[in-house]
Design a protein around this ligand. Structure first.
Ligand code: ZN
Length: 180
């Protein structure tokens, strides 16, 4: 009986995780929303962005990859009728981010900076204990993880830039636990 009692919650947790994975929204940002795309990536959200793709192809791309098309273009939505889209209202990227989070229902992230801000790939921990010479000496001792983009070879480290972004997010989402 003890086995059954411990198996049931695990099964439930498994299905809860599957449901969470299935419902994690993915985005495609249009050419005018590059800075919003970067902020969504800071939150760990899978956000594709290529400013050179023409509108009809953008709509097909979003549909093929089940992404929510984020756009500022009312005409695009009216004429091309993307399956899932969100018309972004504000000019300021953090206000845009607040709109997307509220309307799509993005959960507060467990961790920030887990995705490459430039190419959208998930970041990996370093595979070596060696100090990367690209990290400024003053930042090498700072608490927080150093992460690498295996796709575009960028390195991310805790520093004043991540502190500023974290502080801006904390102001934008006062209810989120982002103090670290
Ligand atoms: Zn990258």
């Amino acid at each position: 009986m003890a086995t059954n009692e411990s198996t049931l919650p695990r099964t439930l947790i498994f299905f809860a995780c599957l449901a969470a994975l299935a419902s994690t929204p993915r985005f495609l940002a249009d050419a005018m929303l590059g800075r919003l795309a970067r902020w969504l990536r800071v939150l760990g959200m899978d956000t594709a962005y290529d400013p050179d793709v023409p509108d009809p192809m953008l709509v097909r791309w979003a549909q093929a990859e089940q992404r929510i098309l984020l756009t500022r273009d009312r005409n695009l939505v009216a004429e091309l009728r993307p399956q899932r889209s969100l018309l972004v209202e504000a000019d300021a990227p953090l206000i845009q981010l607040r709109q997307v989070v509220a309307q799509v229902g993005v959960a507060p992230p467990v961790e920030l900076f887990t995705r490459c801000l430039v190419c959208n790939a998930e970041l990996a921990p370093p595979d070596t204990e060696d100090i990367d010479t690209r990290i400024p000496p003053a930042s090498r001792q700072l608490p927080g993880p150093v992460r690498y983009c295996l796709s575009c070879n960028r390195v991310y480290w805790p520093g004043s830039h991540t502190r500023r972004m974290r502080a801006a997010l904390a102001r934008t989402f006062p209810d989120w636990p982002l103090q670290r």
